[in-house]
Design a protein around this ligand. Sequence first.
Ligand code: DQA
Length: 144
Amino acid sequence: MHFAIVNGPNLNLLGEREPDIYGSRTFSDVLDELKSSFADVEISYFQSNVEGELVNIIQDLRKKCDGIILNAAAYSHTSIAIADAVAAVEIPVVGVHISNIYRREEERHTDLLAKYCTGYLFGLGIKGYELALRFLIDLNQEDR
Ligand code: DQA
């Protein structure tokens, strides 16, 4: 089983960026922990601050892995291009927002990707990535 985590803009700053909202852990720490907890699963990681690069990454992954965990960050609220990329891929895509976007500013209340995602986790903190991964593993096993 091979899954990919794709993080969008400013998530490279996790650990230092607004820790009251996003926590104080770096994503590299989180990824190391996921890789050791799920040692029999291949986990690839991508991060980009650039909208078109995220489209390219999603397209590229569509034939290379069994599912994507996607936090498109601020682009979730604005990007029809990333929404189209999610709609185009046949593998499951689970959306994650670390924060509860519905308890935040109005402009974060719309998520253009949500209707194309298999499911979505928001407001569960950094733990959302692990829960999304567990879901994708279960889904993949059910499909076999
Ligand atoms: C975020 C929520 C977005 O509104 C914000 O722009 C982010 C992070 C989250 O994980 O909570 O960059 O996607």
